[in-house]
Write a protein that binds this ligand. Structure first.
Ligand SMILES: Cc1cc2nc3c(=O)[nH]c(=O)nc-3n(C[C@H](O)[C@H](O)[C@H](O)COP(=O)(O)OP(=O)(O)OC[C@H]3O[C@@H](n4cnc5c(N)ncnc54)[C@H](O)[C@@H]3O)c2cc1C
Ligand code: FES
Length: 265
């Protein structure tokens, strides 16, 4: 884990409500594993006082630069968009947390994401494709412009199914995965950005007896296990007989879905 005052190489609108910032941070980018995150502080501002956590969206091929796709939501992300221009600096700590596990012999995986949760997936997809693993993507958002990373999935020729609330209505994108699991063998599922999708993914993975993992989001402060500000209740066994507490920043943000689904009494 490193703290760097990284030069900003660009910071611009991406699509829909989202912006994309890229910083030069080789000491973080080189070590980063898919699913890990960074914690960003707004410099030259007393507020917000806490850093803001973000998944790493992409690492450059030379592993010197990293990108974060962020939704402009509140004070922190508004200031990120307004005060970190190209040529400026970004105070960033990372890589943080535990990332996704990709089985070395995985032949085919499905990634399922909603909204800005999709931002946690491209680094996993890059690694999977480099390993020769086939990736199917199931992406959903409120509206089409809020589907991020479509270009990255297209670049890798991944089959992509999308679902947007404004067009497709109340169903879920995983409704399209359900018939596919009868025909194709999947080795693992990865889900981010929606509890509903996580629940459906977990049920399908259970039926198939394969691994399924989820990248969790939680309010955070330190980001590295010191303050206990991000604790959630988890199952300690797949049957959910015993529960315990885990810091999302330190033990996660990636969990097996059985650890978090139905973990709260
Ligand atoms: C591990 C991790 C990875 C993340 N990756 C991304 C990412 O790649 N892109 C992205 O846009 N966002 C991501 N987030 C969420 C991001 O941290 C928040 O959107 C950001 O902190 C909002 O800061 P703000 O000051 O703009 O908004 P605030 O003013 O702090 O909050 C605005 C609203 O968002 C809610 N909110 C803020 N943070 C969270 C959170 N962590 N979970 C649930 N609700 C929250 C607040 O309750 C409030 O209603 C991630 C969060 C975590 C924990
Ligand atoms: S944010 Fe401090 S322990 Fe997780």
């Amino acid at each position: 884990m490193q703290q760097v005052h990284a030069p900003v190489t660009f910071n611009r609108p991406l699509t829909g409500d989202y912006w994309l910032i890229e910083v030069e941070a080789p000491m973080i980018a080189d070590d980063l594993r898919p699913g890990q995150f960074v914690n960003i502080r707004i410099e030259n501002s007393l507020a917000p006082s806490l850093r803001r956590p973000f998944s790493v969206y992409r690492v450059s091929p030379d592993r010197r630069r990293l990108q974060v796709a962020y939704k402009v939501l509140g004070q922190g992300t508004r200031l990120m968009a307004a005060t970190m221009p190209e040529g400026g600096r970004c105070d960033v700590i990372g890589p943080l947390g535990r990332g996704f596990e990709l089985p070395a012999d995985a032949k085919r995986i499905a990634v399922i994401g909603r909204g800005i949760g999709i931002a946690a997936l491209p680094t996993l997809v890059d690694e999977a494709v480099a390993n020769g693993t086939e990736v199917y993507a199931f992406l959903s958002a409120r509206t089409e412009p809020n589907l991020v990373a479509l270009d990255i999935f297209a670049q890798h020729d991944c089959p992509v199914v999308t679902h947007t609330d404004d067009v497709a209505g109340t169903g879920m994108v995983t409704d399209q995965l359900a018939p596919l699991i009868e025909k194709l063998a999947f080795d693992a599922f990865y889900v981010c950005g929606s509890n509903r999708l996580a629940r459906a993914t977990h049920a399908m993975a259970g039926k198939l007896g394969i691994m399924s993992q989820i990248a969790m989001e939680q309010h955070m402060a330190c980001g590295f296990g010191d303050c206990h500000g991000c604790v959630i209740q988890v199952n300690l066994d797949p049957g959910g007989r015993e529960q315990g507490f885990r810091e999302v920043c330190h033990y996660g943000p990636v969990f097996d879905t059985w650890e978090v689904i139905d973990a709260c009494a």
